[in-house]
Design a protein around this ligand. Sequence first.
Ligand SMILES: Cc1cc2nc3c(=O)[nH]c(=O)nc-3n(C[C@H](O)[C@H](O)[C@H](O)COP(=O)(O)OP(=O)(O)OC[C@H]3O[C@@H](n4cnc5c(N)ncnc54)[C@H](O)[C@@H]3O)c2cc1C
Length: 474
Amino acid sequence: MNEYDLIIIGGGVIGASIARELSRYKLRIALVEKEAELAFGVSKSNSGIIHPGTQNKPGSLKGRLCVEGNRLTRIIAKEVGVDFQAVGELICAFSDDDIQNLFALKKQAEDIGVPRLEIVYKPWLKINEPNLSSEVVAALYAPTAGIISPYRWVYDLAENAARNGVDVFTNTKVTAIESGKVFTVHTTNATFESRYIINAAGLYADDIARMVGIDDFTITARKGEEFLLDKKREYIANHLLFPLPTKTSKGILVIKTSDGNPMVGPTAEVCESKEDLSTSDEGLAKVFASVRRMIPAISERDIIAYFAGLRPVAGEDFIVRHEDRVPGCITVAGIQSPGLTAAPAIAVMVVDLLKKNGLDLKKKFFFHRHRQKTDHLFAIPFNRTKQLIQKDPEYGDIVCRCEMVSVREIKDAIARGARTLDGIKFRTRAQAGRCHGGFCTARIMKILAEELNVPIANITKRGMGSEMVVKERT
Ligand SMILES: Cc1cc2nc3c(=O)[nH]c(=O)nc-3n(C[C@H](O)[C@H](O)[C@H](O)COP(=O)(O)OP(=O)(O)OC[C@H]3O[C@@H](n4cnc5c(N)ncnc54)[C@H](O)[C@@H]3O)c2cc1C
């Protein structure tokens, strides 16, 4: 039996943020994730925007946690060595009526504490966003909006949590929970006991809740299709570009990403299945019609990849609460957008709920706040690359030519926990370029097999059932 003070169920951005926040205290903590690696759920397929808080209703939990999450993300990203870029956002108005809506949005955002908002007009837009359509007459400028790599964020938070003593279990699906004096958590891997559990299971938080007898919410999936454009279009926009928001979504955007490729999307459609990650011609048509209103030069010909993500929806707002009927159980559910942004603030809120509900929180004498930043050749100047190659020639052995990823970076990613091709891709960008791994996949599989000391037939794209080769040749 594995005994812990606290078990966090779900290794997305919410579970990883909570794990890192709680790792400041003298607690035995386990983070359990059903997939082969962390960040393989909703946290892998989103827009990577750290929202300023401009499109949230006053009084909503989402709004409060978004503004606070934006502030905390900047601090924690520095501590754990992840790049955060404050690129700023523009919410575009196409008519005088729209301008009135911008003023209303500005007032609403200021009421929940979004700083430094400004309405900007054509002369400003012409200089600062030259590819913007001449139909855009004004915009609400929020300079605190930023971008981050959503998966590297999760990996580096979790790595820092593990450095501070959190045990991370992947391929560990929670199948049943017995609640009594302690919780007995049955999984596909082992049985755990703990005094507290935190349900951060994303799309499946309702299933976990039912295991402890909580059945007052259901998670539905709201699909967002996104289209990634070639890096040669990196500067097609200088800011994140939004139309005015609708009731259910922030609208379809032109997105800058931390990897350089611009992205367009997402759509927002209710989806029957929690596993349906298909994209569609309708989605593509809708996205391009919408973004071309803002940037007419955007073309489908620049698409290099598309994907869909599913927002876990449980009503309008987030659910973050202690379950008084099941003492010791914390629910963090319905974390749709802006969940990536709000994650560090949700983590602080969870710590507070635990404290209020009897968990004795004693700070560790030494908390490893900082994590050594990972070297990525794509992110450093050439003279630094030269220094790295002199230090270790494996930095000069390039595996992924599209994204300039070396053998050393792939081996480092494996040493830090990558076990699958997608795990390597999300950590290093190898296979994420224009050729989609056509050139480098076989070499990465070989490195994975050698480093993990397993047959190449065991190497998978994203865990069991996604093996790449049927049988190794003898
Ligand atoms: C298209 C799209 C765009 C978005 N863009 C943004 C954005 O730009 N900015 C922003 O702030 N937010 C954005 N979001 C929202 C954001 O992605 C989510 O709020 C966030 O990723 C939710 O994280 P999570 O940890 O709750 O969920 P997840 O990442 O899904 O983590 C939950 C984990 O629990 C695991 N799990 C489930 N069941 C079990 C079980 N039985 N046992 C063990 N583990 C289990 C899952 O495998 C999963 O890894 C977007 C979402 C979508 C879909």
